[in-house]
Design a protein around this ligand. Structure first.
Ligand code: SAM
Length: 397
């Protein structure tokens, strides 16, 4: 069977992680156990790097078992390095062994604890390490810290979204205070194999700069694929499960093509130009490509009030602004209750498919689900003096 491209292999492994043991093992063999092990370890190492790292560089020996096969390699951590070494080190203070199927579950599986076959070992020193100046002391401390990083990542220890924002330098916490809101809406999706699109990568025209929030999302959604769209070329920020795309969020045809190729999306976040006409174009084009149960988020809606950004400082209901759009969506939530003569065209796509709109300071979260609940009964008069309605109704009871 021909080897899969790295991104295809990641997706295959994510899908395989919840399959029964025998099926998972057979498929890992078919896909190439060594390639699968490398892919899983790369992901594991990127997660391990989130935990406090050793002061000095150290290599942990890793042995992975699949049926009768034993795959040996290493992981180097510390001193700013976090990488997989394809061959096992001849000697190592710390070592780790695990069944490959269980590691697959630990990395990409549904929530759970996958450590039943995990063996951790730290070699005994050949002499007492009483003297802190003894180099073997520092060597052992580095090895233990690195092993702990890997064990924490295998054990599925998760960091909060706030912590991830700070770790990766996203201004969604500090500067803005969006991550506590995001966590409320995104938490139920956290362990799902979600597809996320964020418009706006950051770093402006430097191809290898930006992507702080994309990295945060990648680690918040350990089984997710995160796409970032920017008007500038950003190939330098690509990494497993994080894919930069180049395009204009104001270009309907480009967005249509992108959504047809990569959608449907579980989450779309607009943190792009913040120009009001771009925000509206992106929403109208991409919202139909959000999966039912998914979310569309618009950040920095303060520009709705700033004329230079296409906002309107005086007409707060201007439907050409992002907040005007949001106010229309609010009325759409109650489309069943509107008078037929005021709504001759009938319910729109968003009337029928927006099920909730949550507005926070500068942040709007739009929930997608069918909004077909029935309206108030037809016999309730729409045009009545409420005082007499309640009095007369009470009399007739
Ligand atoms: C605020 S930054 C994004 C920050 C990023 N979302 C983060 O949180 O790490 C805005 C980005 O939008 C991009 N941008 C501006 N106009 C755009 C357009 N028309 N289409 C797509 N991206 C655009 C800019 O190049 C810039 O990188």
């Amino acid at each position: 069977m021909p080897a899969q491209a790295p991104r295809e292999l990641e997706n295959t492994l994510i899908g395989l992680a919840d399959r029964p043991d025998a099926e998972a093992a057979a498929r890992l063999t078919e896909l190439g156990a060594a390639d699968c092990a490398q892919t899983l370890l790369r992901e594991l190492v990127s997660r391990a790097a989130l935990f406090p790292e050793p002061v000095g560089k150290t290599t942990v020996k890793v042995s992975l078992r699949l049926g009768g096969e034993l795959l040996g390699c290493g992981v180097t951590l510390g001193g700013g390095v976090a990488e997989v070494v394809p061959s096992a080190p001849r000697t190592a203070v710390a070592s780790l062994a695990q069944d490959l199927v269980e590691l697959l579950r630990a990395v990409y599986g549904a929530p759970g604890r996958y450590t039943a076959t995990l063996e951790l070992h730290v070699a005994e020193p050949d002499r007492p390490l009483f003297d802190p100046a003894d180099p073997a002391h520092a060597e052992r401390a580095a090895a233990v810290t690195a092993l702990h990083q890997l064990a924490a990542a295998i054990g599925g220890r998760e960091q909060s979204l706030d912590e991830l924002a700070v770790r990766f330098g996203s201004d969604k916490w500090g500067g803005h205070w969006y991550t506590p809101h995001y966590d409320r809406y995104f938490a139920p999706l956290r362990r799902r194999p979600v597809t996320v699109l964020e418009i706006g990568i950051g770093g402006y025209d430097a191809p290898d700069q930006g992507g702080a929030s994309l990295r945060m999302w990648k680690h918040y959604f350990p089984r997710g694929t995160v796409y970032g769209l920017d008007i500038h070329e950003k190939h330098g920020i690509a990494e497993p499960r994080l894919v930069p795309l180049r395009g204009d969020q104001g270009d309907v045809r480009y967005l249509e093509g992108l959504a047809e190729g990569l959608g449907p999306f579980d989450i779309v976040i607009d943190d792009g130009s913040h120009l009001n006409h771009h925000v509206l174009t992106s929403f109208r084009t991409l919202f139909p490509h959000v999966r039912p149960g998914g979310l569309y988020v618009i950040e920095d809606v303060q520009t709705a009030y700033w004329p230079g950004w296409g906002g309107n400082a005086t007409d707060l209901h201007d439907s050409g602004t992002s907040m005007g759009l949001v106010k229309n969506l609010l009325d759409g939530l109650n489309h069943q209750e509107r008078q037929p003569d005021a709504d001759a065209a009938g319910p729109s796509y968003t009337d029928r498919n927006v099920s909730g709109v949550h507005v926070h300071h500068n942040l709007v979260v739009i929930e997608k689900a069918v909004n077909t609940e029935q309206g108030a009964p037809s016999w309730v008069p729409r045009d009545v003096d409420p005082e007499s309605w309640y009095t007369d109704a009470a009399k007739s009871n």
